[in-house]
Design a protein around this ligand. Structure first.
Ligand code: PGA
Length: 239
């Protein structure tokens, strides 16, 4: 992954319809075709809509998934493997999102999922971040060190990290710019300076420019603001 690349990843979570996914993938593709090639953009719809997204995108818009299973195949009802995502045409997969960690996903499972994604030829976007109580207790780096320790075993540059403070997701709150810069620097000190670290948590068209200007920030993982093309276009322009 090139160091001057800026990644913008739209995480639609459990939103959309087949029709809205098709329309969005086509429209975002054309926005991206006018952007500099240092911008990499990915759209992660619900897994059921990955195929319509892939059929409707054009050019260099990447399609990603929001999760995968850690095993290659087997008796895991309702699950989707990284190899299946690759087979469908995905290029990335988000793993360890705090909404999944809140449902019980552990650091060990996140590591196995990231490993499975890399083995399948996908780029895992590995989410880490502290809770509000941990932020207020000033234990962010301690929390992250636990989330990151196993990730040091993954091949450098085979994955992206998304630093998403849990308290900033969907709340309209963000850390101060200096705090984002310091946490990204800390993550790079653990995983290596070439690691691409994206910021996520209430990124929108109003704050994208100042956040993406921080040298340690290699892009953004965008939730609610990614749902419409004009707002995503503003964020792409900011990058
Ligand atoms: P948000 O979500 O942009 O709505 O805060 C970000 C995320 O959960 O990845």
């Amino acid at each position: 992954m090139k160091s001057d690349t800026r990644w913008l990843i739209a995480n639609w979570k459990m939103n959309g319809t087949a029709a809205s996914v098709r329309e969005y993938a086509a429209a975002l593709s054309s926005v991206l075709s006018a952007a500099p090639t240092t911008i990499e953009c990915a759209f992660c719809p619900p897994s059921l809509y990955i195929a319509p997204a892939i059929e409707s995108r054009t050019g260099r818009l990447k399609i990603g998934a929001q999760d995968c299973h850690g095993q290659a195949k087997g008796a895991f009802t309702g699950e989707v493997s990284a190899a299946m995502l690759k087979d469908t045409g995905c290029e990335l997969v988000i793993v360890g999102h705090s909404e999944r960690r809140a449902a019980g996903e552990t650091d060990a499972q996140v590591y196995v999922k990231a490993q499975a994604a890399i083995a399948a030829g996908l780029i895992p976007v590995i989410c880490v971040g502290e809770s509000e109580a941990e932020y207020l207790a000033k234990t962010t780096n301690d929390v992250l060190s636990h989330q990151l320790v196993k990730l040091t075993e993954l091949a450098t540059n085979s994955y992206l990290i998304a630093y998403e403070p849990v308290w900033a997701i969907g709340t309209g709150k963000t850390p101060q710019l200096l705090e984002i810069e310091a946490v990204h620097a800390y993550i790079k000190s653990v995983l290596g300076s070439v690691t691409s670290v994206l910021y996520g948590g209430s990124v929108n068209s109003a704050n994208a420019r100042e956040i993406l200007q921080i040298p340690e920030v290699s892009g953004a993982l965008v939730g609610s603001a990614s749902l419409t093309v004009p707002v995503m276009q503003d964020i792409i322009n900011a990058a």
